[in-house]
Ligand binder design. Structure first.
Ligand code: ATP
Ligand code: MG
Length: 162
């Protein structure tokens, strides 16, 4: 489907914002400028759902979850960051593996199966994109993913926080 990514992303964030608990604040770092992209919306919805629910799940009281995306070099790059407990350096590379969870004690108290990010990676790669994490233990985690983007002609504006 060809969709306006800006409104697609906004609707997903709105849905989480309506049902989230008050322990987290949402911060949107993008403008309302339209950016059209061709994606499988069901699959990218699933990708975003998992990344956002992880960000909320691992956020401390009063933490911010930040949402942004940029557009350049025929790539749309999405970022979702949190102020949560982070992931130890030696484990960051493994969180996209099936059933991988950072530590058993944490995993037990948090619930989940450890499949969410593995599925997200499959779906992003099926679109020709990449997904990765940057994290600092004790300070927070940022998940990035890219999607190929070649519909600049549809857009009102280009290369900046969109
Ligand atoms: P599921 O998504 O299947 O319900 P899950 O959330 O545990 O279970 P993934 O989404 O694949 O599984 O994440 C894998 C692991 O990566 C998590 O168990 C957690 O240890 C770690 N992780 C993921 N996102 C974050 C985050 N934002 N902050 C800290 N740790 C994270
Ligand atoms: Mg998850």
């Amino acid at each position: 489907d060809i969709v306006n990514f800006t409104s697609f992303f906004t609707r997903i964030i709105d849905r989480f914002e309506m049902s989230k608990s008050d322990h987290v604040n949402f911060v949107r770092l993008f403008s309302e400028v339209s950016h059209y992209i061709e994606i499988d919306t069901d699959k990218i919805t699933q990708v975003l759902d998992n990344i956002i629910s992880n960000a909320i799940k691992y956020s401390p009281d009063g933490g911010n979850v930040r949402f942004g995306f940029t557009v350049h070099d025929n790539m749309l790059k999405v970022m979702i960051s949190d102020d949560g407990m982070g992931i130890p350096k030696e484990n960051v590379g493994r969180i996209f593996e099936r059933f991988y969870r950072v530590d058993r004690a944490r995993a037990r108290s948090m619930g989940g199966t450890g499949l969410g990010l593995a599925i997200a990676r499959e779906m992003v790669e099926a679109h020709g994109g990449k997904i990765w994490a940057e994290s600092e233990e004790g300070h927070g985690t940022t998940i990035f993913f890219t999607l190929p983007y070649d519909l600049e002609d549809f857009d009102e504006a280009g290369d900046e926080w969109a």
